[in-house]
Design a protein around this ligand. Structure first.
Ligand code: HEC
Length: 166
């Protein structure tokens, strides 16, 4: 009976951390988009500045004791958003459409869990990640991110992923 009870408790807590991770990812995305849209209302250049400043800030804000949240991409803009070892094979499978799920969860070798959720390209994103980016805007991007590879995306393509470790 006691074992059953403990098992139930641990199942509930696994479920709770998964829900919390997804909730934090949602908040991360929502806050970022709000900043982005606010910036775009001023100018695309301003929006880039805001993105550069706010993305790491919001990432820290939504991460908490026990749950780390971030973004990652194979063709990244910020070199800090490179995939970690555990993400690589899943990212590949998502891109090759071998995974149709909304997100995956995997066991990491430190006893934690890793969650990966694709971020799709929307029309709003094309201004800075699309195929025909305004030349002077792209110069400004390259100025801040000389190794930028995050262009050439089409609507609906996977632009990158939210990740969580908990
Ligand atoms: C105003 C220009 C701009 C727009 C519009 C924009 N982004 Fe970005 N994006 C950036 C910048 C700048 C960075 C680098 C942020 C940083 O330094 O962390 C970035 C980084 C990212 C990253 C992190 C991975 C990487 O490449 O470093 C993802 C994922 C991403 N953008 C997705 C999107 C999506 C999805 C949209 C549309 C909803 C979008 N972006 C719209 C400028 C933009």
């Amino acid at each position: 009976m006691k074992i059953l009870f403990l098992l139930l408790i641990s199942l509930i807590s696994i479920q709770a951390s998964e829900e919390l991770a997804l909730k934090k990812i949602k908040k991360f995305g929502k806050n970022l988009q709000k900043e982005l849209k606010g910036g775009l209302r001023l100018s695309p250049l301003k929006a880039i500045e805001i993105c550069q400043m706010k993305a790491p800030e919001i990432e820290k804000q939504v991460s908490s004791e026990g749950i780390k949240i971030g973004r990652v991409s194979l063709k990244k803009r910020n070199p800090q958003n490179a995939p970690k070892a555990w993400m690589r094979s899943y990212i590949k499978e998502f891109h090759e459409k071998k995974i149709s799920k909304n997100y995956i969860i995997t066991d990491l070798n430190n006893g934690k869990k890793g969650l990966l959720k694709p971020i799709r390209t929307m029309p709003l994103c094309l201004k800075c990640h699309g195929e025909n980016i305004d030349k002077s805007l792209y110069r400004a991007i390259l100025n801040k991110y000389p190794k930028d590879r995050a262009i050439g995306y089409k609507v609906g393509e996977i632009r990158g992923f939210f990740w969580a470790e908990y």
